[in-house]
Design a protein around this ligand. Structure first.
Ligand code: F6P
Length: 492
């Protein structure tokens, strides 16, 4: 196979810079690293240390943005732009971090990608007042174009003839077109990790910008989505794009003589790797600490980034309604809420974080007794603690307003010790794969969610165990290696 390039906003590594100028590298997890490792033949394992064995697959390069000061410094110190990975293996790939000017990055990432495109695809606007596109939005858009062009330039410069480029997500929706213009010899894939908005909602975007985003993705040879619903919504939007011809049977969009195939590539869990990780001593230690807090009470768990689309506040309202309508659970249940920080540069996220804290505090105040704390809220990110909570959970609550996939819904059943019942939003991409074994809810219906939690708590052990088997099988059916290999194969 020819060379493989990956482009994503957030890279597989990040750097922190200490006062004396030392850079410390941190390796991120993520399905893309193991997917890439499977393609290159690189190790790509959890510790990522290079074994010395040569990889037998294609050469790979990962292009990402420098996100903070440490990253920027690492990018500046990198000889020929490729990072010194300090002996670590990143799915067999070299990494190039783009030092995009901070103001350009801020507008592209925060104002356009996260405060506009993310809001559109997750249906998050309070439409009587937002969105509001004005001259400032145009300036932000120019930065988004510059940011995408920086990726296209880097990919065009580093790609070998005929290489495959896998461009990720809504941050980089213009890059496929820009790259095709620069390097028509490349095979280009774009993958959306988010949902895609239905046309009526997509049309909130100014017409020209909405067209630019679609045209950008149609610069790719293949556009991938996590679920059929999102792929269909993309085709629905393309059908309204001037000059585009949509063939729903073939799953293609033709525009300006170029054909883009549209495909669904569900992303699941590497079950063996997750089970191994969940059996490590740091997870066992956290499990013991949680058990000491919860005692023998039943446990309802949720694990999310504090993200508006995750619907945490309505989830808390549902828990409150459970305690009101079914007082028999008082004193017998604990709700563990892990809500990790996310996108704190955006005021909407800061306000939402506060709303989560307040809703949680109100429940504790209303129902708590000297011997019973009904709710534990943790806001610091701790993956081993999340795994411990997955192992212990009786009920897992995953109720996003909308979600591209939602991997929490897939991870917990795989590592659960005694089987856990899953209450799952029908608006998560994962619902298409897990529906048979989960209790599906409308994420806006707090009362229905409360009743589903009640039902989940009452679920007989055998039913719970049987459902867990079904959930775990569905969750591991499409591991990252297959997800990534399928996208590359779609380019052939
Ligand atoms: O979960 C969807 C997703 O688009 C991921 O693919 C991506 O990593 C993440 O959201 C972006 O989040 P952040 O802004 O924290 O990088």
């Amino acid at each position: 196979m020819s060379q493989v390039l990956v482009a994503s906003n957030r890279g597989p590594v990040s750097f922190s810079l200490s006062g004396d100028g030392t850079l410390t590298m941190r390796r991120g997890g993520g399905g893309l690293v193991s997917g890439l490792a499977a393609v290159t033949g690189g190790p790509g394992q959890a510790d990522g240390r290079r074994s010395g064995a040569a990889q037998d697959g294609p050469e790979a390069l990962w292009v990402c943005a420098a996100l903070g000061d440490g990253d920027r410094e690492a990018a500046r110190r990198a000889p020929d732009g490729r990072l010194d990975l300090d002996g670590h293996d990143i799915g067999g790939a070299a990494v190039r971090m783009l030092d995009i000017p901070a103001a350009t990055f801020h507008r592209a990432y925060n104002a356009v990608a996260n405060a506009t495109l993310w809001f559109v695809h997750h249906l998050l606007y309070d439409t009587p007042s937002m969105p509001h596109f004005d001259a400032r939005s145009r300036r932000d858009w120019q930065s988004y174009e510059a940011y995408n062009a920086a990726f296209a330039d880097a990919l065009a410069r580093d790609a070998a003839a005929g290489a495959k480029a896998a461009i990720q997500d809504y941050h980089l929706s213009l890059a496929p077109r820009m790259l095709r213009d620069r390097r028509p010899d490349l095979k280009i894939a774009h993958f959306s990790h988010t949902p895609w908005a239905p046309p009526e909602y997509y049309r909130l975007l100014p017409d020209d910008l909405g067209e630019r985003v679609l045209d950008g993705i149609l610069g790719a040879d293949h556009a991938g989505f996590l679920a059929e619903r999102w792929a269909q919504a993309f085709l629905d939007c393309c059908a309204l794009l001037p000059g585009a011809k949509v063939d729903r049977v073939a799953g293609t969009v033709t525009r300006g003589g170029h054909v883009t195939t549209v495909g669904v590539h569900g992303l699941g869990i590497d079950g063996d790797a997750l089970r191994r990780r969940a059996a490590e001593p740091d997870v066992a230690a956290r499990l013991e600490a949680l058990r000491a807090q919860v005692g023998d009470r039943r446990l309802i768990v949720r694990v999310d980034r504090t993200e508006l689309s995750k619907n945490i506040v309505r989830g808390l309202a549902a828990y409150r309604e459970l305690l009101v309508n079914h007082p028999e659970w008082r004193g017998r249940v604990v709700h563990l809420v892990f809500a990790y920080p996310s996108r704190y540069d955006l005021p909407e996220y800061r306000e939402y974080t506060e709303a989560v804290r307040e809703a949680a505090a109100r429940i504790t105040e209303e129902f708590g007794t000297p011997g019973w704390n009904p709710l534990i809220l943790q806001v610091n990110d701790d993956f081993p603690r999340s795994l411990a909570a997955y192992r212990m959970a009786d009920v897992l609550l995953v109720n996003p307003i909308r979600d591209g996939m939602n991997l929490v819904a897939k991870e917990a059943p795989v590592v659960s010790d005694n089987g856990c019942a899953l209450v799952l939003s029908r608006e998560a991409g994962a619902a298409a794969e897990l529906a048979d074994h989960a209790l599906l809810v409308n994420p806006y219906d707090v009362s229905q969610t409360a009743e589903a939690i009640h039902r989940a708590l009452l679920m007989p052990r055998e039913e719970c165990a049987a459902r867990r088997e079904g959930l775990a099988a569905a969750a591991t059916a499409l591991p990252p290696r297959q997800w990534f290999a399928d996208q590359l194969a779609a380019l052939d």
